[in-house]
Design a binder for this molecule. Structure first.
Ligand SMILES: [Zn+2]
Length: 274
């Protein structure tokens, strides 16, 4: 779906087939409306400072203000609905998005073009902060330039044979994708997670796990506990560098480690503090 126009939610079919005409509910009784109009006509002939004329002007000014507010709210709601529909048409912003690596369910866009739609309210790119309105069909939070760069690198591969990688938070979503890439590129990979049994189940469910599962080490750890972090660091250092068959060594001949740092934004809940 490519979304470029306003949602027609406030409009509908009328008996004469005019789809652009708004549909209204029941109005004011015709007799009472006739009385209202005749009173207004009468008031128009009164002296402008007459108390009755002033009372009616105050009442109608209130109505005018309310109408302006309601129209503004309707315009805002229409923009919000439009931009939400554009976002939902992308792969990463879809409301139906379900990431399940073990089921082979990857983010996908319902848009058929490279652009999912045009925003009515410009958005700041998550990476470069540039304001943009053209929304990429895959990355709903990136400007076109950053989306193209990320798309080009999304499936990049390299030979990591003999390298050792430590990945914090590798059980699911982006962490599992990174771990799978490291493993499929040949690295000995250690991941940390608070749910190691679930991690084992998820990695074993991958159809090609036989090819790399022997290079995967899963460490159950809570990174909010400094003692556990220190113990993990000691254990990694104690294992020493993996042997690398050829290049990518330091000047002294030891192989460079592979390292992935994830910006984990999970906050420590008050209950977890001491
Ligand atoms: Zn950008």
């Amino acid at each position: 779906m490519t979304v470029t126009e306003d949602s027609p939610a406030a409009f509908g079919d009328t008996p004469d087939g005019d789809q652009d005409s708004p549909v209204f509910g029941p109005g004011i009784d015709p007799d009472r409306m006739a009385v209202c109009l005749s009173v207004l006509d009468e008031l128009d002939k009164l002296d402008v400072d007459h108390p009755d004329a002033i009372a009616v002007r105050r009442a109608t000014a209130g109505i005018y203000r309310t109408v302006k507010q309601r129209r503004r709210q309707e315009r805002r709601a229409a923009k919000t609905a439009h931009d939400r529909a554009v976002t939902h048409a992308t792969a990463t912003g879809s409301a139906e998005r379900i990431d399940d690596e073990t089921q082979g369910l990857l983010p996908s866009s319902s848009a058929t073009a490279e652009i999912a739609g045009i925003l009515q309210r410009p958005r700041s790119c998550y990476i470069c902060k540039t304001r943009y309105v053209e929304v990429d069909a895959f990355y709903h939070q990136l400007c076109q330039k950053c989306a193209a760069e990320n798309r080009a690198r999304r499936d990049a591969r390299t030979d990591l044979t003999g390298r050792r990688a430590l990945l914090t938070g590798g059980r699911a979503k982006i962490g599992m994708y990174i771990a799978l890439r490291l493993l499929r590129d040949g690295a000995h990979t250690t991941i940390t997670t608070r749910f190691p049994n679930d991690a084992i189940r998820r990695f074993k469910a991958m159809p090609d796990s036989d090819e790399w599962i022997h290079r995967l080490k899963i460490v159950g750890i809570d990174l909010r506990d400094p003692a556990q972090v220190v113990a993990l660091a000691d254990s990694v250092v104690g294992r020493g560098p993996a042997r690398h068959p050829d290049q990518q060594r330091r000047a002294d001949g030891t192989p460079l480690p592979a390292r992935v740092q994830r910006a984990d934004r999970r906050r420590v809940r008050p209950a977890a503090r001491r």
